[in-house]
Design a protein around this ligand. Structure first.
Ligand code: ADP
Ligand code: MG
Length: 695
């Protein structure tokens, strides 16, 4: 019966209808997001193994991957007595010789094959006592079109218990529906960019005939991905323009007074950014602006100036940050800066911790009603994302500021403004520098302000790569600094050693420093799995300079300001991207004292050493981001890949700025002619945009 359905298969057919796919496999497929034939078609391999060159048995080389073709002359199942394993043994013969082939715990193989069958077998050649053998190789009968052997084999991301072989089979079956996929690009683009046909590209990305075809397929699919992304940006921007925001008048006199009272002079870049924002919000079209500036460049005060102007217009401002620690710090800063102004400030990190004007802390669970009352009374509401999760109404919001996030706005705007006709203005702030043309694509719907200058008087942070031999010298240096009153951060990649063998962990470093190296200093540790109250306690002790050394995971990556900390020690530095390392480094150097960043790494690889040395030479976040692109590719650059916005990027390399520029130009072309004229592109863009709204 399933065979019959197979003939009527279409893109929407669920994969359990495929012959041989039972409920059990179907459930596993669903776990990796594969429900329908269409899902399977668009599930791309993440790498390939080359089994395309047939070898004679007597030509095999130890440890090399190879494909051979031969006839079965022996086939047996036996049990290994000690390990209770089932072993299938085969002897395969070609014109040049014989080879032993072994599978563990796959007894069914014996039932699917017979002596005399001709097979392709692909695997890694291993030398054993009895000559060469292949262990757990892929195999296929030669009388079929091959998908597991004798070709460039796709390797898919998968979970345990769902084999490559099963996936390949399912995808191969699904590809029978390839003709239902509609071409989305107009002919002129395809011709101008010398792209191959979409269906061809999809077929080749799964089962490439050769490397040239594979490259062509990648080129075509990358182009589509970036083009769609670029169109999506433009699409969202267009939608945004149709909404209406409160117009925030520029209260020049009060703003100038406020800026005068700030205990430092704003840099030119800060002034310019503030001015751009103030101009934007003096308009009914919602502002959607990204404020980019290196760590410590002073984004917060810029946002405060703007918040103040919004509040003067009798609208509320919300400031959201990714962590409670950061929210608390913003709250304290706001309380300080707005001390002499009649402004109600609320800290809201969850419903049992609510601070109003720094006075009351309510420790009991508040009812929705009570929370609402506090929110209504507040001018400036600072919190984490739990602000959104609360189903309390925000009715009078003029501006939403989102700190240390890569891109947002769309979903938050929807969530926060569900109950109101007016859409607030949006300001996102990030310390993640992104090359301009890339920003144009992923942030095409945003306007960007950049703070490039550092506040005056900041000293350059001295950054050094420390070899193992010099470790004790570094400790000595640290000890002296602490004796002079300074404090130290130690960042490690993991919490526990057992998480990954040999990688530096918070707990083991803490114990080492606390017990062996500095037994007479107060040392604490901090990681993301600790209770919030405990974290607060530890940070308080650090900010009061009681704790001298704080060992932590990357939880301190964003935003925290401890002027007295002057040393940042990073263990396992090779495990972080340059952009992250640069962020860690930005935790120090926030005062008049000279600060230091020490990089430690157990990796002996030249490449990783070279990479880390770049950090010792430059403190330009944009340059570092470009190096990251070069060294690490766009793999999970900036964490943006996880955001819904990027969910369509599977193949494209975001470091390919050339391609990005091209696609931006074509997206422009598409919108100039009207996206309605490109129905397949429109369909995809609309689908993605609704995904983002639901994200
Ligand atoms: P980030 O851009 O990383 O969020 P912050 O806004 O936290 O940086 O600013 C870092 C520190 O620099 C804060 O203590 C802030 O008060 C201070 N700061 C901001 N702007 C200036 C300036 N123009 N001159 C001197 N200090 C400044
Ligand atoms: Mg900040």
């Amino acid at each position: 019966m399933k065979q019959k359905i197979l003939n009527e298969m279409n893109l929407e057919t669920t994969l359990d209808k495929i012959y041989g796919v039972g409920l059990k496999i179907y459930k596993k497929l669903q776990k990796i997001g594969l429900n329908t034939v269409s899902d399977a078609i668009f599930y791309y391999p993440f790498r390939y193994e080359d089994f395309s060159h047939l070898k004679q048995i007597n030509e095999l080389i130890n440890e090399e991957s190879a494909t051979i073709r031969g006839k079965i002359i022996l086939l047996n199942n036996k049990r290994s007595p000690r390990k209770k394993m089932n072993i299938t043994e085969m002897l395969l013969e070609d014109n040049s010789g014989q080879i032993q082939i072994v599978w563990f715990n796959q007894p069914y193989i014996k039932n699917t094959l017979q002596i005399g069958d001709e097979l392709f077998v692909s695997g890694i050649v291993k030398k054993s006592l009895l000559g060469f053998s292949l262990i757990n190789p892929n195999y296929e009968k030669t009388n079929r079109d091959t998908s597991h052997t004798a070709r460039i084999i796709p390797i898919y991301p998968t979970t345990e218990h769902l084999s490559q072989k099963q996936l390949r089979y399912i995808i191969k079956q699904s590809l029978n529906c390839i003709n239902e996929i509609q071409e989305k690009l107009p002919k002129n683009i395809i011709e101008k960019e010398k792209l191959i046909d979409l269906r061809d590209a999809i077929k080749q990305i799964h089962f490439p005939d050769n490397y040239k075809k594979l490259e062509e397929a990648k080129k075509r699919l990358s182009f589509d991905e970036i083009l769609i992304l670029s169109c999506l940006s433009k699409f969202i921007k267009k939608q945004n323009i149709e909404l209406s925001s409160p117009q925030i008048n520029f209260k020049e006199k009060q703003i100038v007074d406020f800026v005068k009272k700030i205990p430092f002079d704003l840099t030119q870049d800060q002034k310019k950014a503030a001015w751009q924002i103030l101009k934007d919000i003096n308009n009914k079209i919602p502002m959607n602006r990204l404020l980019e500036g290196d760590v410590g460049s002073g984004k917060t005060i810029v946002s405060f100036v703007c918040a103040y102007n919004v509040i003067l217009n009798k609208y509320q401002t919300i400031l959201m940050s990714p962590t409670q620690i950061l929210a608390k710090q913003h709250f304290e800063n706001a309380t300080k800066f707005f001390k002499d102004y009649n402004i109600n400030i609320l800290l809201f990190t969850n419903s049992d911790r609510l601070l109003f004007n720094g006075k009351k802390e309510i420790a009991n669970k508040l009812t929705k009603n009570e929370i609402s009352k506090f929110i209504k009374k507040s001018n400036f509401i600072i919190g984490t994302h739990s602000l959104i999760q609360q189903k309390v109404g925000f009715e009078n919001i003029g501006l939403i500021i989102i700190d240390e996030q890569h891109r947002f706005g769309v979903r938050q705007r929807q969530e926060l403004t569900k109950k109101s006709d007016i859409s607030p203005h949006f300001l996102s702030m990030t310390a993640t520098p992104i090359p301009r043309s890339l920003a144009l694509t992923i942030y095409g719907d945003l306007d960007i302000s950049r703070i490039l200058q550092k506040p005056v008087g900041r000293k350059k942070i001295i950054t050094k790569f420390v070899s193992q031999q010099n470790r004790s010298k570094a400790y000595e240096f640290i000890y002296n600094q602490i004796q002079n009153g300074r404090q130290v951060f130690v960042v490690c990649p993991l919490i526990n050693e057992s998480d990954k063998l040999g990688v530096k962990s918070v707990m083991s470093e803490y114990e080492k420093l606390n017990n062996d190296i500095f037994p007479n200093l107060k040392i604490e540790y901090l990681h993301g799995k600790m209770k919030e109250t405990e974290k607060q306690k530890i940070l308080k002790s650090f900010s009061e300079s009681e704790t001298k050394i704080l060992v932590s995971t990357s939880v301190i990556e964003v935003g925290i300001d401890y002027p007295n900390a002057t040393i940042m020690m990073i263990e396992g530095a090779d495990r972080f991207g340059l952009a992250s390392l640069h962020q860690f480094r930005g935790r120090v150097g926030r005062s008049i004292y000279q600060s230091f960043c020490f990089l430690f790494s157990d990796s002996n690889s030249e490449k990783s050493k070279k990479r880390l040395e770049i950090l010792t030479k430059t403190d330009d976040g944009f340059k570092l981001a470009e190096f990251d692109l070069k060294f690490r590719g766009s793999g999970d650059l900036y964490g943006i890949k996880q955001s819904g916005f990027m969910s369509n990027i599977k193949i494209a390399d975001l470091s390919d700025l050339e391609l990005i520029k091209k696609c931006n130009t074509w997206a422009q072309y598409i919108f100039e002619r009207g996206i309605e004229k490109f129905p397949e592109i429109k369909k995809e863009v609309e689908l993605l945009s609704s995904d983002i709204h639901l994200e």
